[in-house]
Design a protein around this ligand. Structure first.
Ligand SMILES: NC(=O)c1ccc[n+]([C@@H]2O[C@H](COP(=O)([O-])OP(=O)(O)OC[C@H]3O[C@@H](n4cnc5c(N)ncnc54)[C@H](O)[C@@H]3O)[C@@H](O)[C@H]2O)c1
Length: 388
């Protein structure tokens, strides 16, 4: 028997995950929830959902879906709503998968308080909390994590992580994203709340949503920051998008608990149609092995011994760096991708969406929930890396 999952938030991002969670072979039943009825209807009326969706499992609020007898909720709502919603879900006896970030508020003290409350709720209720940070499911991250677990980096010495998302980047304008998230029944109350933060002198920065730059290096190294110094760039054009922002770009240098240093850049005002590899990227340098731009460098050094020369460089295609998926999962996602084609026309499984990572992101949570295993990005301070 598999698990039952409720999708909360079927907007721009949640709607691309609904079919993937439904397709997962370990999901037996799917429930749908959004405060905007047409967003639920779109999937509820799709015949492809019928074998796992019962019309009784359509909900218009978190309160209502929390009362249902479901194993887990997938929360893909507006970023400032995640933390209280995840806590409510765990309190109602459900495991939780949440979109990033944990929460997105201009008040850093409040953010830390919510993080602590999530951890305490997970410990007290025994319910799983998983943060669905997509960077952790990038093929480069998977590859580096394996190298790190095998000790092939040696000692970590330095890392960089960047997320460059210009406010007007073609195909994903942040103005448009913001307009959508602050419209509708629940989104439209946010601008007034945000104004309240501004009046108290609490301004936004790109570091309120730092997960795409930070998570690659931190996940691979399994460490934490102990010291930080940062520089900000302030918008100089009186652009209304940045009216509530302290800085539009921030670069920070961290001292890490493992002794390495880490440079992080979060940019919202930097020109260009930047490719995914350049806009959301990391480099990690160790005494024996380093990774940068899909190239693995190894000098053969072990312990205190000198390096064995020559240094080896191996360039990989991104597709080569993914972890393998269980065959049943690959087959289920292949069927989903080809659901509008006849058997004769069905092609191979092709990882798609955010460079293919959505599939891995989706695949990880039902498997860990089903096995009672702590997920890749969890809220348990008593269980530290490396996880199983
Ligand atoms: N790479 C990534 O990891 C990535 C990319 C894009 C978006 N995201 C995250 O995904 C999340 C969703 O973004 P989006 O653009 O889809 O937002 P959206 O505004 O389009 O959708 C959010 C939906 O949640 C619903 N909702 C909120 N609270 C609810 C409640 N209590 N009951 C019922 N419905 C509720 C809203 O009605 C809305 O339809 C954000 O947190 C964002 O940060 C992550």
């Amino acid at each position: 028997m598999g698990i039952s999952i409720g999708m909360v938030g079927l907007g721009s991002f949640g709607s691309v995950f609904a079919g993937l969670f439904k397709a997962h072979p370990r999901v037996d039943r799917i429930a749908l929830c959004d405060a905007e009825p047409e967003r639920v209807k779109r999937f509820a009326e799709d015949p492809w959902f019928a074998d796992k969706f019962n019309p009784k499992d359509a909900y218009d609020s978190l309160d209502a879906i929390c009362k249902a007898d479901l194993d887990a909720l997938v929360i893909i709502t507006q970023p400032w709503l995640h933390a209280p919603q995840c806590i409510q879900a765990m309190e109602s006896g459900k495991d939780v998968y949440s979109a990033v970030p944990v929460t997105c508020l201009p008040d850093s003290e409040e953010v830390l308080d919510w993080c602590d409350r999530i951890i305490q709720t997970s410990l007290r209720t025994g319910k799983h909390y998983m943060l669905g940070e997509t960077t952790v499911f990038h093929p480069q991250t998977m590859f580096c994590r394996k190298k790190a677990l095998a000790g092939e980096f040696g000692d970590f010495v330095y890392a960089e992580g960047e997320y460059c998302h210009d406010v007007d980047v073609p195909g994903c304008s942040l103005r448009e994203v913001n307009r959508k998230r602050t419209s509708g029944k629940l989104g439209s109350v946010w601008p007034e709340k945000l104004e309240g933060y501004r009046k108290r002198g609490k301004l936004s920065t790109p570091m309120n949503y730092p997960t795409h730059s930070v998570s690659g290096p931190v996940f691979v190294m399994g460490t934490r920051a102990v010291k930080v110094s940062a520089c900000g760039y302030r918008n100089r054009t009186a652009d209304p998008f940045f009216a509530g922002y302290d800085f539009s770009n921030v670069t920070a240098l961290f001292r890490l608990a493992n002794g390495a240093s880490l440079r992080i850049a979060e940019m919202r005002e930097a020109a260009g149609r930047i490719s995914p590899l350049e806009s959301e990227t990391f480099r990690i340098l160790g005494t024996s092995g380093s990774f940068s731009e899909n190239i693995w460098y190894s000098n053969g050094r072990t312990g205190s011994r000198e390096a064995i020369h020559p240094q080896v460089q191996t360039r990989y295609e991104s597709a080569e760096l993914f972890d393998p998926l269980p065959p049943a999962v690959t087959e289920a996602f292949r069927d989903y991708q080809n659901r509008n084609r006849s058997d004769a026309e069905k092609g191979d499984f092709v990882p798609t969406g955010h460079g293919g990572i959505r599939i891995w992101c989706t695949s990880s949570s039902p498997r860990s929930m089903k096995n009672g295993r702590v997920s890749s990005i969890h809220g348990r301070p008593d269980i530290i890396w490396p996880w199983g």
